[in-house]
Write a protein that binds this ligand. Sequence first.
Ligand code: CMX
Length: 137
Amino acid sequence: MIKRVHHIGIAVNNLKESAALFERLLGVEPAIEAAPCQRVTEAVFHVGEGAEIDLLEPMGEDSTVAKFLEKRGEGLHHIALEVDDINAELKAMEAKGVRLIDKDGRDGVAGQIAFLHPKSVSGVLVELVQPRDEGEK
Ligand code: CMX
């Protein structure tokens, strides 16, 4: 089951500058987190009732976000939806004709994650997130 919008990922060229801008706009201080598994550094803003806005700066040329910035410039990179059972949701999405980037959930910063291909979701990269259980690291 899809539970809520978990976060919105925005690709940026300069994390320091964009984080300062969003801090001014949102009135919330970000947490800065390295996510080497995704080859990005993130500024995470908790907004309202639990949703996040994550600014994403590539860690290197080999980052998919570096490729995105080069091709499309700064902007919306992905929308993440929280689910309660990621592998069941992936199967359900595939059955609905969605092209999967990841066939199974894999470890990410927020828990188990998997991506749906933007070409089959109206041009939007979608991430599914199954957060870790409380107390699990
Ligand atoms: N949103 C919308 N469209 C996107 C996109 C995105 N984020 N990234 C790529 N595309 C589009 C491209 O513009 C291109 O379209 P055209 O063919 O019309 O030009 C098409 O998808 C293919 O893109 P590409 O540049 O050739 O890139 P790849 O096929 O090498 O990879 C993708 C695209 C989505 C499969 C790859 O980026 C991926 O696996 N992403 C998932 C993982 C990820 O993005 N991690 C980053 C951090 C996430 C986090 O921190 O949570």
